[in-house]
Design a binder for this molecule. Structure first.
Ligand SMILES: *Cc1c(COP(=O)(O)O)cnc(C)c1O
Ligand SMILES: [Zn+2]
Length: 410
């Protein structure tokens, strides 16, 4: 059963039917799904959700699908844990890590793609496509393989090799575009009008982006049905940040948690920080940039949801900041050494910005803070080359081992 009323323009409020469309015909604003919250509040309680399988579809009434998803039964309910070591390091008593590195294709993109592919099947598409900074292509290729759909994924040609491999292995058509993500996205916007394919983050974007709300729902449920005081979220287009906050607000709106006072802070790489820069300079507009950063998964210079992310951050008394390439790598190492989690560069960005906000007192020591780690470091190992202590080469003898140990700092 679906609680969707259709689509609505986020700018002018014009309404549309539930179709594979994404732009308002009147004002070119982005479209968003509209739900019947009164009916959801009436029909759905915590018990209903807690008795459902541990995947994203336990929140189906608040997702844009007619029924539980046909894909994504293994997506969602990733670990949330009290990060005591990292918290001690940063002076945060109640720091939690939401570890979304451990999804089927090793990034949070499995959530949004599960919703988009479910919707694409509902609409009768036979080809799934995307404009990707890497992780999205991995997830689209994997889920299309499982759903028996054709996949065509577009990525910037300078992507990490591991992310190309982690798409190609599933057998999609991979198009490595000579340009950056913003060029890829522009190309896909034109193709979406011509091809009759479901571009998950173009013509399916109103539905796709809703999948990210599950990162708000889950954290609230895992905290015993309450919203965190502060969250720190990586930003590329800014959609993830906006949707996590929307997810928390919706839980309150349908009576599943108390009012939400969560402060929302955003993290970007310094080499691509249009949203964080707008925040720092108190600007009204987000100015496009040309990305130059090791955090390729966050390298979107023209962020579609930038203005909405800014509004969410400012409206919640949050903050935004950026991390240099060196700080990103230090962030990866800090998380690995304190909590045993190997995050990709986007995780390095988020942990580095978390550290800055904690040191500056923007995050107060007693705030229940959740840091979102959204992608797996096995895909971006290349940035650690030359950064880690090399293994000691030893002969297979006790004396060689003893000698190596005496020359090694503990
Ligand atoms: C795509 C992505 C994000 C954030 O994307 P938005 O465009 O801001 O929604 C964050 N982390 C990782 C690892 C990603 O792949
Ligand atoms: Zn409009």
């Amino acid at each position: 059963m679906s609680y969707i009323h259709g689509l609505r323009c986020r700018e002018c409020g014009a309404t549309y039917a539930e179709d594979p469309i994404y732009i308002c015909e009147d004002c070119f604003g982005p479209l968003e799904v509209v739900y019947d919250y009164e009916a959801i509040a009436r029909d759905i309680g915590r018990r209903h959700i807690m008795d459902s399988p541990l995947n994203i579809w336990r929140y189906q009434p608040l997702l844009p699908a007619q029924h539980n998803g046909t894909v994504g039964s293994d997506v969602g309910f990733t670990p949330l844990f009290h990060a005591q070591n990292l918290g001690r390091e940063l002076g945060l008593e109640r720091l939690y890590v939401k570890n979304d590195c451990v999804t089927p294709s090793y990034s949070f993109k499995d959530r949004v793609v599960s919703v988009a592919v479910t919707k694409a099947l509902e609409f009768g598409f036979d080809t799934i496509a995307c404009a990707s900074t890497g992780n999205l292509a991995n997830s689209v290729a994997a889920q299309a393989a499982r759903a028996g759909l054709r996949a065509v994924v577009f990525v910037p040609a300078d992507l990490e090799e591991a992310k190309i491999v982690a798409s190609s292995v599933y057998g999609p058509t991979v198009l490595a575009v000579d340009g950056n993500y913003d060029d890829v996205n522009r190309l896909c916007s034109i193709l979406a009008d011509q091809k009759g394919w479901a571009f998950v983050n173009v013509n399916m974007r109103p539905y796709y982006s809703e999948g990210a709300k599950t990162l708000g729902f889950e954290v609230a449920e895992q905290l015993g049905w309450c919203a965190p005081d502060h969250i720190v979220v990586p930003m590329a287009s800014g959609s993830l940040l906006v949707k996590i906050k929307k997810g928390l607000d919706e839980l309150a709106r349908v009576g599943l948690i108390d009012g939400v006072q969560t402060r929302v802070s955003g993290a970007q790489p310094a080499g691509c920080s249009p949203i964080a820069s707008a925040f720092a300079s108190d600007a009204k507009q987000v100015q496009p940039v040309v990305p130059d950063t090791v955090a390729k998964s966050l390298a979107i210079g023209v962020p579609a949801d930038g203005p909405y992310a800014l509004r969410t951050i400012r409206g919640s008394q949050g903050a935004a900041d950026a991390a240099t390439d060196d700080e990103i790598i230090e962030g990866i190492q800090l998380l690995a050494e304190t909590e045993g989690v190997l995050a990709e560069t986007a995780g390095g960005v988020t942990v580095a910005v978390l550290k800055k906000l904690a040191e500056r007192g923007t995050i107060r020591p007693d705030e229940l803070t959740v840091v979102y780690v959204t992608g797996n470091g096995l895909k971006t190992q290349v940035v650690l080359n030359g950064r880690l202590r090399a293994p000691h080469q030893v002969k297979p003898t006790i004396t060689a081992v003893e000698s190596a140990l005496t020359h090694t700092p503990a």
